[in-house]
Design a protein around this ligand. Structure first.
Ligand code: FNR
Length: 427
């Protein structure tokens, strides 16, 4: 049985080259049926250091696992015996119509997964009629990523290099046509990603040949990736973090730079004055921070724990969603991310009040497995899955999704009620 529609090389925007057709055939059902299959292919193609960079989380990876597990705790309540001719997957997020309620999350260092990196992801998002969020930590210029997509492209900001550097990038994003700014607030320092330490990510990105030696054998075992990486010029620079006098920042310095680039609520108010378009705050896990973001001028909140990569043992994002939705009280749009691997995950999040989800690893595995065709395949799987779930739920459209269609653990709701009745704490 075919689970997802096969990819067609004739799809608009998908190059009809022999190589693309071959890549697509490799990704077709039954070889690739779900996101886990793309993860498996990415693991094969990528050196361990690169695969683990994508796949891993912080500390004991409790939050990483919980993000996925939380979706299993929410139970669907379908309406049976509903005949549906068509299913409308479209929704509107911050003024943009998107073809289904999933947006591509910012993934730093995407160019290490595949030379086309952010450009491939932006292009695939456009082909699917959805939005792409470009990370500050991009190996491709933001102008090129915008040009690669026919859909909305948003810019995710880290304040690396300080306000002057951020202001210059924001101005470039405005001129290039980016339609929203996403401020990530959960990276006071980089999370303790132990897999990266063990795999020598810092050493591999650094300039000392001697320091690289212990980590090179595994890289040599992945010649396809290595050839593509070398032909692409090796470790790219961060083209959108242009430091005064030093040009685009070197990738190896990111962790240290993040630690001196904490975003504060004061920065948010400054950014609000600088950027007149939609502003989203990404990394909110509590009702209190959601209120602070709205007070600072946010139009959208992304409930996120950075995919379990920052502070371990914080709440799974789906679990935090009811508290944030209640605190926001329809004064901003709420998005969520973390652990989305199935159409049913997307449907559950929307039933619980999210306008849409951001998908991170789900497409990053596709990118790592096969570049652009891999991202296309990931989006195909998710979109077809959302449609199937909607039909099985007896819902004609995403707009019909509502809280009555899910059973949410009582503790999650009780938590949100208790927080609301607490007196507001000082910042
Ligand atoms: C991320 N994420 C992230 N977020 C952000 O705001 N800026 C960034 O540069 C990155 N970089 C990044 C790299 C990698 C490899 C991953 C996996 C994640 C977090 C990302 O935007 C999103 O919040 C999570 O990926 C969501 O969780 P899932 O979908 O990966 O489970």
């Amino acid at each position: 049985m075919r689970v997802a529609r096969p990819l067609r090389a004739s799809r608009p925007g998908v190059a009809n080259t022999q190589e693309t057709r071959r890549a697509m055939a490799r990704l077709d059902s039954p070889r690739v049926v779900n996101i886990e299959d793309l993860r498996r292919l990415a693991r094969k193609r990528l050196p361990r250091a690169v695969f683990d960079y994508v796949d891993g989380g912080a500390g004991d990876e409790v939050t990483l696992r919980e993000n996925c597990r939380a979706f299993q705790e929410v139970v669907l309540r379908p309406r049976q015996a509903v005949g549906l001719e068509k299913c409308d997957l479209r929704t509107r997020v911050l003024g943009h119509e998107i073809s289904f309620p999933a947006i591509l999350a910012p993934i730093g260092y995407s160019r290490l997964l595949h030379p086309d990196g952010e450009l491939a992801a932006a292009r695939a998002a456009g082909e699917f009629g959805t939005a792409f969020i470009l990370s500050t930590i991009s190996g491709h210029k933001l102008e090129k990523a915008k040009a690669a997509s026919t859909g909305p492209v948003w810019y995710q900001l880290y304040m690396i290099g300080g306000r002057a550097v951020a202001e210059a990038a924001i101005e470039r994003a405005r001129v290039a046509g980016y339609s929203a700014l996403v401020i990530t607030i959960d990276t006071a320092v980089a999370g303790a990603r132990e897999r990266d330490v063990r795999n020598g990510v810092k050493e591999l990105l650094g300039s000392s040949l001697l320091a690289k030696i212990p980590f090179v054998p595994d890289v040599l075992l992945h010649p396809r990736w290595l050839a593509a990486f070398l032909l692409d010029g090796g470790v790219p620079r961060l083209e959108n973090v242009v430091l005064s006098g030093a040009g685009p920042m070197v990738m190896a310095n990111v962790a240290a730079a993040l630690a001196s680039a904490v975003v504060t609520w004061e920065d948010l108010r400054w950014l609000r004055k600088l950027w007149s378009g939609p502003l989203l705050v990404k990394g909110v896990l509590t009702g209190e921070d959601a209120r602070r973001a709205i007070d600072g001028g946010a139009d959208g909140i992304v409930v996120s724990n950075h995919g379990g990569r920052q502070l371990d043992t914080v709440s799974a994002t789906l679990r935090a969603l009811p508290e944030v939705v209640a605190a926001v009280n329809a004064q901003a749009e709420v998005l969520m991310d973390g652990g989305v691997r199935r159409g049913a995950d997307i449907v559950k999040a929307v039933c619980m009040g999210a306008k849409a989800v951001l998908v991170g690893r789900a497409y990053a595995y596709g990118l790592g497995a096969a570049g652009h065709p891999g991202v296309v395949r990931a989006l195909n799987i998710l979109r077809d899955d959302v449609e199937r779930v909607l039909r099985l739920m007896g819902c004609a459209s995403v707009a019909d999704l509502n809280p009555s269609l899910v059973d949410v653990p009582e503790a999650w709701r009780a938590n949100s009620r208790a927080r609301q009745s607490e007196p507001a704490r000082k910042q």
